[in-house]
Write a protein of this length. Structure first.
Length: 368
């Protein structure tokens, strides 16, 4: 008689096949605890089934097959566990597979959950300390937590393992800049740019650090390189205008503001910056026009009204300046700068009362 011809024998074969299926599925399964439980119960069920089947025939055969089955199950369990066939949940004395920790860290990082990401990448780095990516992402998580010294240490470890990773050099420079190590940050960016010279972000970051040090000529050179790569970024043109302005190259700065405004015509900040430079140069009419555009977009910002008032006062358009300062005070009551500016305009108009209140409008031609 063939081994699997009786119903009970066929049941035993099916149980064995189910057990094998659990092993295969369990390799990929994320439901670790469920898989482990099912595997254990399958082994027990297979053992008990054959025990009772054999018990009905012979105690000796029952004992032999029971011992054989238990030993086989134990060997199977140990072999599969040794080679990681089923990822049993981590617990005391057990390590979770390193790839699981790294993938988990990436998931938390993408969600912006930096504390959990940092813990996961720390575990991944501990399990595989030669893996540069684990250290790099640990650094990113530390940066996200605001722990810049830890971020720098992690980036350093990543770079020691893989010095050709431009992203690690770039991220390291950002962390260094956060702790005021501007010179080191620039050097780190230089390394990143050697590896990735077409990276506009690195050129932009380098320019910003150079501006902090007052090295505006070098900053302009870096911004020019960034603009070559991304000439549609209004912020780059505005940053270049700022350095040109610091160097006294005002006409070039205005041209850069104009280019930035072409790219971002509704930016009130750009209109205000241009208006401020024009007012500084005594080009009051053009300055007023810039502030009018800004006010058109944001009519309730007291700063724009105040700056417009200063430009109008500079052009000796005192009545209009007075209106601008009064509007400023409506939006920001008690603003001391606006009150002083209004006083000065009233004095120019001959309508300032130095006694009593700090200022008081009086009728045209009247006496205070």
């Amino acid at each position: 008689m063939a081994f699997w011809h009786t119903p009970l024998e066929r049941l035993g074969v099916w149980i064995l096949l189910i057990l094998l299926a659990f092993v295969v599925v369990g390799w990929w399964s994320l439901w670790v605890e469920l898989f482990t439980s099912l595997l254990i119960f399958s082994i027990i069920g297979l053992t008990i089934g054959f025990f009772w089947y054999l018990f009905a025939r012979s105690f000796v055969l029952a004992a032999v097959f029971l011992a054989y089955d238990l030993m086989s199950a134990l060997v199977l369990w140990l072999v599969l566990d040794k080679f990681g066939a089923f990822p049993v949940a981590a617990g005391p004395g057990r390590e979770e597979p390193r790839e699981d920790w790294f993938e988990r860290g990436l998931a938390f990082e993408n969600l912006g959950q930096f504390a959990e990401a940092h813990r996961a990448f720390s575990e991944a780095a501990a399990l595989d300390p030669e893996r540069s990516e684990a250290w790099y992402h640990k650094g990113l998580a530390a940066f996200g937590l605001g722990n810049f010294p830890d971020a720098i240490r992690s980036f350093d470890k990543s770079i020691n393992l893989n010095a050709d990773d431009a992203s690690a050099w770039y991220s390291r420079s950002l962390a260094l800049s956060k702790i005021g190590a501007t010179g080191e940050a620039i050097a780190s960016l230089d390394n990143a740019l050697e590896l990735r010279p077409e990276d506009a972000d690195s050129w932009t970051a380098r320019a910003g650090l150079l501006q902090e040090l007052g090295r505006h000529e070098e900053a302009i050179a870096s911004l020019d390189r960034a603009i070559e790569l991304v000439d549609t970024d209004a912020d780059l043109w505005s940053a270049k205008a700022d350095s040109l302005r610091k160097l006294g190259r005002h006409d070039e700065a205005i041209a850069c503001y104009d280019q930035a405004i072409v790219l971002r015509p509704k930016s009130v900040d750009l209109w205000s910056l241009k208006g401020g430079l024009l007012r500084q140069l005594g080009r009051y009419g053009e300055s007023v026009a810039c502030y009018d555009v800004a006010i058109g977009y944001v009519p309730h910002d007291p700063d724009f009204w105040y700056d417009k008032g200063l430009a109008l006062r500079g052009e000796e358009r005192f009545e209009e300046a007075l209106e601008a300062f009064e509007r400023t005070l409506e939006l920001s009551p008690g603003d001391p700068a606006a009150m002083d500016a209004k006083t000065s305009v009233l004095a120019k108009l001959g309508r300032f009362d130095p006694g009593g209140e700090k200022f008081r409008a009086v009728p045209d031609g009247g006496n205070a």
